[in-house]
Design a protein around this ligand. Sequence first.
Ligand SMILES: Cc1ncc(COP(=O)(O)O)c(C=O)c1O
Length: 464
Amino acid sequence: MSLMNVDDALGLRREQVREKYKTYLSSPFASIQVLLNFDRQYVRAKDTRVWDAEGREYLDFVAGYGSVNVGHNHPRVLEALKQIEDTPKIMPTALQQLPAALAHNLAEVTPGGLCRTFFCNSGTEAVEGAIKIARAATGRPQLVSTIGGFHGKTMGALSVSGRDKYKTPFAPLLPECVQVPYGDLDVLEEVLQTQRAAAFIVELIQGEGGIIVPPPGYIKQARELCTRYGTLFVADEVQTGMGRTGHMFACEGEDIVPDIICLAKSLGGGVLAVGAYVTTDEVFKKAYGAMDRALLHTSTFGGYWGNAMACAAAIATINVLIEEKLPQRAAEVGEYFLGQLRILKETSPVLKDVRGRGLLIGLEFEHSGQGFLSRFSSDMSVKTVGDFGHMASLIAVDLANRHQILTVYTLNNPNVIRLEPPLTVTREECDQVIQALAQLLKQKKSFLGAATSTLTGAFRSSKK
Ligand SMILES: Cc1ncc(COP(=O)(O)O)c(C=O)c1O
């Protein structure tokens, strides 16, 4: 046996890491990262920036898929973790201070009567918890969600998500799941009026669906329909929450109060995995209010006790978001950024659409469908390249390689690049992205040729 310690791990070089990924993790995943030149080793991070092992600096507009709203390694989040160095980190046989305080904070910052928290470790688990409490509280079986939505990849959350590619290999999924078009109130009412639906699970802006902003009034009226037909409105704010769209929670911008709100990603300050759902007293009591129901839904590192590190990180994160006024900042800088991107679109025909709210922004490119590479390269198995054959991936690769700006496509809509930097981002940093995109789109033809041959070459060598 030859075990590695942390020093050994930190001493691994890029090629060694690649090999370990190929041998001990997923070789297809490693190949994709290599193919896109996304296998750099990042060794330092601060606020909106990260540095690779060669000392190059990058602007991070992926921000852990929206998990780093307060910026990388926020000193107050790190300080909170130091403060509890000596306390026990996991004590399910007690009632502890940190989960009590975090649940208090969540009741303070979430709107209306949302006040009862359940902790977990990820977004998908928050959605699982919401599905379970909705069924237990209403006694109804059906779960309604929206086409193109994304709620996670465990079985329950996957069952209410879109995109067959991610679902088909795992069939059969949960029964009684119905998907309705996002933005269509008539179809939603048709389903809800049968009064079988426990929950309508919806993102306030579809994130992985390609940053789709719903029509004005849709969310508010969907909320009203849920109330009318006795269905619980579950706001999945895993990606839109914690200030991202210009309010602490996007539901505040829509002037609604959900029955259940799902949170994760930036709740942990970009440092720890923390998820939660928060619900009303009424829903909680109907589902789990009796002594014999106290342990119906639990989790070792979550539940009602949480774990100390996760709770400390989340407590500090909420305080930072409020004190640094990061939701307001997301609104202001986001509006500026969106405005500049829309100007850029006027002169860039391959940029098909610019959309979003706050600092959750999507850029949709031409050449979607079968994938961009299929049109420009004949000697590559486009089927194998899959989502990475879309133009959005080539743009992301080029932004990283030539401009040191990190971006990534959206999971359920691979021809859309998401721009979701930390909410601490400055206008100047947004300008840097605009300039890079402008340069890249202006040189469209040569860029397309160069990017295609780079990717083709990389693809061939990754298959060796
Ligand atoms: C809206 C939404 N819900 C749920 C999830 C799942 O979160 P996790 O990846 O932490 O399980 C995501 C992840 O992107 C998300 O965007």
